[in-house]
Design a binder for this molecule. Structure first.
Ligand code: SF4
Length: 217
């Protein structure tokens, strides 16, 4: 979560594998890590020196909690989030990612992928500007609209936003009616189950951006 900020996932995946191979497989081990050694393992992730220090500080905080990581993500959502935001390299998106996947809180993550898909499809265009509005404002609109959901549904929704953006709703030249862009992973096992063939973005029939592109030719 920290390493992926401003960094492609493939680079992060390789860094995580290096960190694990070096024996940093617990918060206790990370808390005792040497910052320079960890930074070397994190390289070439963006801001790897700063991120290595942040990872160590986060781990040092977690090992002081009564139930470790469980204490970090268990309890009332807004209070937990406020606490997470005091940690280095943790912003709203990172805090919510921890709460959704680590703490089973069914929330909507307003990452760049979600902003792009929502803005282009125009689903909420009459209520909010999904590219420019604040993180919290967009989250409130969407959570009010979809209503209470279970954590599996919330995770699936986030995953669908990410998948849609990676394969179809790319920053430039979205692949509305083309087969999705292929994703390669450092771990080849992931590639086998990824990128199924398709004929285009599943949102094309309801997407304002796509409809306008057709009209404008
Ligand atoms: S139809 Fe095109 S612009 Fe619309 S969400 Fe899909 S990829 Fe993005």
């Amino acid at each position: 979560m920290v390493l992926v900020q401003q960094t492609q996932w493939g680079i992060v995946e390789a860094a995580v594998l290096r960190i694990l191979a070096a024996g940093y497989t617990s918060f206790e081990a990370l808390a005792l890590a040497d910052a320079h050694t960890l930074a070397t393992l994190c390289k070439p992730c963006a801001f790897y020196t700063r991120k290595a220090v942040a990872l160590i500080r986060i781990a040092q905080h977690i090992v002081t909690l009564p139930d470790g990581f469980v204490s970090l993500v268990t309890g009332e959502r807004s209070a937990l989030r406020a606490g997470l935001l005091t940690l280095p390299q943790i912003g709203r998106e990172s805090a919510d990612t921890l709460l959704l996947y680590g703490g089973d809180h069914p929330l909507f993550i307003v990452d760049a992928y979600a902003r792009r898909v929502l803005a282009r499809t125009g689903i909420y265009a009459d209520q909010i500007d999904c590219m420019r509005a604040s993180y919290d404002a967009i989250q409130q609109v969407i959570e009010a609209d979809i209503g209470p959901v279970d954590v599996a549904t919330a995770r699936e929704l986030h995953a669908m936003m990410v998948e849609s953006s990676i394969h179809h709703c790319t920053a430039n030249n979205p692949r509305c009616t083309k087969t999705g862009a292929v994703r390669r992973f450092v771990d080849p096992r992931k590639c086998d189950a990824h990128c199924p063939p398709c004929s285009g973005c599943p949102a094309a029939s309801l997407c304002l951006y796509h409809q306008n592109t057709i009209v404008l030719g």
